[in-house]
Design a protein around this ligand. Structure first.
Ligand SMILES: [Zn+2]
Length: 410
């Protein structure tokens, strides 16, 4: 075999195997190759195995220096495009005001919506670029980015166009999602807005190929499950994937709606019940948990341990956003999932790679496997578990995306 690049001197190469989401005990089944090498051709993995078994030729050789290699991480849930800041909210919360109360007062997310609506597409891209760069440095090579601070058909489509412009400039693979976030403050305008979402916004996003999925925030202060069903039905009719932010503060039934409609993922789940865990575990829908929110808002943690023990496929994301999760590191999200949600190191790795890809409907990301894009990271250490162990330093040394080294802390 002739490869473009051979990376050798890998102490441990670790990966999930196979494109299907990993459920329950299968979330602990990793392939670990000791003293490994990998070959890259045309931006894809061309060969993976013990170094002693390599017999091909490579145009260039990179020595990993006895360090561990992990798959490129997949961040399946971010709101990386926004303007303004939420520092006043942060300070209010530190003084004891509840997040929901700030939201109900018209602060919180509504202040981000006002600021984002006033920004140009160029401004949105310029602000998002360093956020994506930070996620990449933390090992993320595929990153979902949601709209959702638009509040009108025009503003929401502008956000999606900004995400597309960002995708063209970013070193990572960007997956765009149309998020229907919060309803108009005036109850009388809700019906009109739902109609505009179903009849204008979703068809335009599909027609212009601006989104791969539609996500709806189901919550007491946001949309009802019945409203979400109408909007997700419109999404499904356009061939778009369905996702929900749900069971975050209250049991609102978005979880059951998502399972019934065949949503790709249901995200948050901090408030979900034992019965809901069983419903999710028996479905094909991925459970995406977001421990940055738990840390930042001081909320109860999503039941990651219980979901896995019940047989669910669990993914982890940063939920990077200014209000509830200013977390710019996918590595840190996994480190938090181990501490706050009870995942093992093996489960966290799968939750941030193969299962996170499944949460986006992707079959070609999050694994080191011949034929897939050569997305991987070289860690500083020889043991891959440092990925979920380290707090406050970045254990990721080099990040490769599509067979190119895009980041190096060497
Ligand atoms: Zn979110």
């Amino acid at each position: 075999m002739r490869a473009d690049v051979l990376v050798r001197g890998i102490s441990q190469l670790v990966t999930a195997q196979g494109a299907e989401p990993k459920r329950g005990a299968a979330m602990r089944e990793l392939r670990v190759v000791e003293r490994a090498a990998l070959a890259i051709a045309d931006g894809k993995f061309a060969w993976v195995g013990p170094q002693r078994d390599w017999s091909g030729e490579a145009a260039s050789i990179v020595d990993a220096g006895g360090r561990a290699v992990v798959p490129g991480l997949v961040d399946p849930h971010t709101h990386a495009v926004w303007t303004g800041d939420r520092l006043a909210d942060f300070e209010a919360r530190l003084q004891g005001v509840a997040y929901e109360e700030i939201l109900a007062r018209g602060g919180g997310i509504r202040s981000t919506i006002r600021a984002t609506a006033a920004a140009t597409e160029e401004q949105l891209v310029a602000l998002a670029r360093p956020r994506i760069a930070a996620l990449v440095r933390s090992g993320a090579t595929t990153i979902e980015v949601k709209s959702g601070y638009g509040y009108s058909v025009e503003a929401e489509l502008r956000m999606l166009r900004a995400i597309h412009a960002l995708a063209a400039q970013a070193p990572a693979w960007i997956v765009p999602t149309l998020l229907i976030h919060v309803p108009p403050a005036e109850a009388a305008e809700r019906e009109e807005y739902v109609k505009a979402v179903c009849e204008e916004m979703i068809p335009a996003a599909a027609r212009e190929k601006l989104a791969q999925a539609v996500d709806v925030f189901v919550e007491k202060e946001a949309w009802s499950a019945a409203e979400a069903e109408r909007m997700l039905t419109a999404a499904r009719a356009q061939g778009l994937r369905m996702k929900l932010h749900t069971e975050q503060f209250h049991r609102v039934g978005g979880l059951e709606l998502g399972v019934r409609m065949g949503a790709t993922s249901v995200d948050h789940l901090e408030a979900c019940s034992e019965e809901q865990i069983a419903v999710l575990a028996a479905s094909a829908t991925v459970a995406t948990i977001l421990p940055g929110v738990t840390l930042h808002l001081g909320l109860p943690a999503a039941p990651g341990r219980k979901l896995i023990d019940a047989g669910a496929a669990v993914a982890v994301g940063t939920d990077l956003n200014p209000g509830s999760s200013p977390l710019y590191s996918m590595q840190m999200a996994l480190a938090l999932a181990v501490r706050l949600n009870g995942l093992t190191a093996q489960e966290a790795l799968i939750a941030g790679t193969a299962n996170a890809a499944a949460a986006l409907g992707l079959r070609d990301a999050g694994r080191i496997e011949v034929g897939l894009p050569a997305d991987f990271s070289v860690l500083h250490g020889a043991d891959w578990r440092e990925l979920v162990y380290a707090l406050g330093v970045n254990p990721v040394r080099d990040v490769w995306i599509g067979g190119q080294k895009v980041e190096s802390a060497a």
